[in-house]
Structures are given as C-alpha cells and as structure tokens.
Ligand binder design. Structure first.
Ligand code: HEC
Ligand code: HEC
Length: 325
C-alpha cells in the first residue's frame, strides 16, 4: 500500500513538472551522481522505473525490515542493493547493471543451470540482503527489472566503460594476513564503517545506513559473493575507500585489498541455510568459497584465506578449468 501511494505521488508530482531535463550525456562520477535529477525528477522515467529505483536504493524501507507492510519485508538486513552496486547500479567497476538484462538468461554455476535475471536478483536477495526471494511476478520484481532495463537506454553514455562485474585483481601468492588486514582497515575504513564494522546509521531515526555495516548480524550472510575474499578484494580495490577509489584510479594495491577483504570476512555474520546445495557440480565452485564441500583436498582455512594459486593450479591440471575467482 505504501508503495502504491508512492507511485501515485510520483505520477502526480513529476509528470506535472516536465521541464526537468536529463543532464547525463557524459560520464558521471561518484560525486556528481544525483538520483533526484537523473531518475526521480526525470520526466522520461516512468512510475515503474522510479519505483524500481526506490526499491534498490532504499531497500530497507521498501523491501526490508522497515517496510510498513510486513508482507513486503523480504530483505533480512538494512542494506540497500546500491550499497554494493554504486550510483544506482550504474557505476563502472561496481558490478554495474548497465546492459545486464541483455546478459541474461545465462549459465550459473551456483545452481548449475541457465538462470534468469529474476533468479540472479533473488540470489542477492537471499545472500547479500540475507532475506527471502521476491516472487518472480511481483510488482517489486517487475519494477526492479524495469529500472535495470531503463538505466541502459534512459541514461545514455552514463559511463565510459561498461565493465562486467569487477576489474580483476592479480591474485596474491600469499595467504591473507589478518594483522596487515586490520592495519589497513584501521587506516582506510574505520572512519566510515566503524572499528566494530557496524557502519553508521542515518541520524533520522530510520535505522537505515549512511555507511553500511561490513560484518555482524545486519550484514550480508556467509553465502554471499562478498563473503568470498577474492570477490570482496576486487570490489574493495575498485571502489573503496568511498569517494577516493575508482576502477581507473584505485587507492589500495591488489594485495592490500586482499588482506582487508580477508579481515572484514573474518568476523561473525548471518549464516545462509542449506549452502551445501550450492554448486551442484562442485568443481565449478569459486576457489575462495569458504564453505564446503569441495572437489579437492585443500583445507577450509585455505579456501577462506588462500593462498589461492595452488588451488587454481589444481583445477587447471585436474579438470582443465581456468579459475579466476
Ligand atoms: C568515506 C567513507 C568510506 C570509507 C573510508 C570506506 N567506505 Fe566502504 N562504503 C562507504 C559507503 C557510503 C558505502 C555504500 C555506498 C553507497 O551506498 O553508495 C560503502 C560500501 C562498502 C561495502 C559494500 C557494502 C557492505 O556493507 O557490505 C564494502 C564491502 C565496503 N564499503 C568496504 C570498505 C573497506 C574495506 C574500506 C577500507 C578500505 C572502506 N569500505 C572504506 C563508505 C566508506
Ligand atoms: C553486499 C553487497 C551486495 C548487495 C547488498 C547486493 N549485491 Fe548484487 N552482487 C553482489 C556481488 C558481489 C555480485 C557478483 C559480482 C561479480 O562477482 O561479478 C553481485 C551481482 C549481482 C547481479 C549480477 C551482475 C552481473 O554483472 O552479472 C545482479 C543483477 C545483482 N547483483 C542485483 C542485486 C540486487 C537487485 C540487489 C538488491 C536486492 C543486490 N544485488 C544487492 C553484491 C551485492
């Protein structure tokens, strides 16, 4: 109901204000991204697209624990999708959604089948958002997919480079060093994410985050992509510290990103149920998946913290598989 009112509010407010013009015709960096101008006040974006934007950018309020209607509380934590998919999912190097709907359906190792965009979104719902699936034909799912389709065409030339996922890092030869990871964390991350990784909430009493948590019970769960050290390292190198690092101008070295990624993932977080069912074909499991079973004899410790090159070499020689994560 809250959502329907919102849609009505947007229809009313913004269609009567058609002189707002799209400003994006060139690259928009993280500091000049303005969702009001680009999306919410943009007369070229329809109500469904605007709803989709609110769902991904204010997720806790519209599909999480803060949703007025208890039936709309699908996400289990107070994160927003856009805490990881930056600038409304448009920023190069943060697993941007530009062109995403054209890349699906695609083969997914985690399920060992061809998966749809809806199933991929639900992958992040159940893991990154520590929640439950959105029904595939729900208004919420339709709005999110409509938004993803629209950013591609509706915000032309938004970013100079469409990068799938994250630009790769060179995989360190060493294991994660948690002492170094902690030092890097204290130097580069504590300011915003806090010494205890709890993040910082908005001051409006809404329980939503200004700076999202990196571990603890309100974070992504242990089945999430961000819980894999190599995936987290690639995200961090290309995007953090926030406003300082970007894919074409990172701040941390590959190895620093790797140690700090291991550090944030060394703490307690929610547990995903039934993880053993992931990757029905176990040899397709990414090497830094911290939970078993695996088709190799490397320890759980090594799958979590590395060193990864020996595991990668094993899959290359035994199965002819070239693993990058
Ligand atoms: C200046 C503040 C700031 C600093 C410093 C900073 N971050 Fe962030 N971080 C953010 C913000 C803000 C977001 C969410 C971005 C958004 O919503 O647009 C974020 C998102 C994240 C996320 C994904 C969301 C989540 O909660 O899991 C991770 C992981 C992360 N940061 C790790 C780090 C690490 C590691 C460092 C240090 C190397 C770091 N950050 C430094 C502000 C910061
Ligand atoms: C804690 C961080 C985090 C949050 C929150 C999150 N995701 Fe993700 N998402 C990821 C990671 C990590 C990947 C995999 C990126 C990679 O390895 O290429 C991913 C991948 C995706 C992909 C596929 C991208 C591609 O290029 O194939 C889609 C679509 C997606 N997420 C949608 C969502 C939606 C919608 C939400 C909110 C309901 C969400 N995500 C919340 C971390 C997150």
């Amino acid at each position: 109901m809250g959502l329907i009112l919102l849609i009505a509010a947007f229809l009313f407010t913004y269609d009567s204000n058609p002189q707002v013009e799209l400003v994006a015709s060139e690259e928009i960096d993280i500091e000049s991204w303005d969702s009001q101008d680009l999306i919410l006040n943009n007369s070229k974006a329809d109500a469904l697209v605007k709803t989709g934007y609110l769902l991904v950018a204010e997720s806790a309020k519209h599909l999480g624990p803060l949703a007025e209607n208890p039936e709309h509380r699908y996400a289990g934590n107070h994160l927003s999708c856009t805490n990881c998919h930056l600038n409304g999912g448009t920023l190069s190097g943060s697993a941007s959604w530009l062109g995403i709907t054209e890349r699906f359906p695609q083969f997914r190792g985690r399920e060992n089948k061809i998966g749809s965009i809806e199933e991929r979104i639900n992958g992040c719902m159940e893991r990154s958002m520590n929640g439950t699936k959105l029904p595939e034909n729900s208004n919420q799912m339709n709005a999110i997919v409509a938004y993803m389709k629209w950013i591609d065409k509706g915000l032309p030339k938004l970013n100079s480079k469409v990068i799938q996922g994250y630009p790769a890092i060179e995989i360190p030869k060493v294991a994660v060093d948690l002492v170094q990871g902690k030092e890097i964390y204290q130097r580069e991350c504590t300011l915003c994410h806090g010494a205890e990784g709890k993040g910082i909430k908005n001051q409006d009493g809404s329980e939503s985050y200004l700076y999202p948590p990196l571990w603890g019970e309100d974070s992504y769960n242990d089945g999430a992509g961000m819980h894999r050290v190599l995936t987290a390292a690639a995200f961090i190198k290309n995007n953090m510290p926030y406003l300082q690092a970007s894919w074409d101008n990172p701040k941390l070295s590959d190895e620093e990103a790797f140690h700090v990624a291991g550090y944030i993932n060394s703490f307690q977080r929610p547990e995903k149920q039934n993880k053993t069912a992931d990757f029905p074909d176990k040899k397709l499991k990414p090497v830094s998946t911290a939970y078993g079973p695996w088709t190799d004899d490397f320890s759980a410790e090594q799958h979590k913290y590395g060193p990864f090159p020996p595991i990668i070499a094993y899959y290359q020689t035994t199965f002819g598989l070239r693993k990058t994560k």
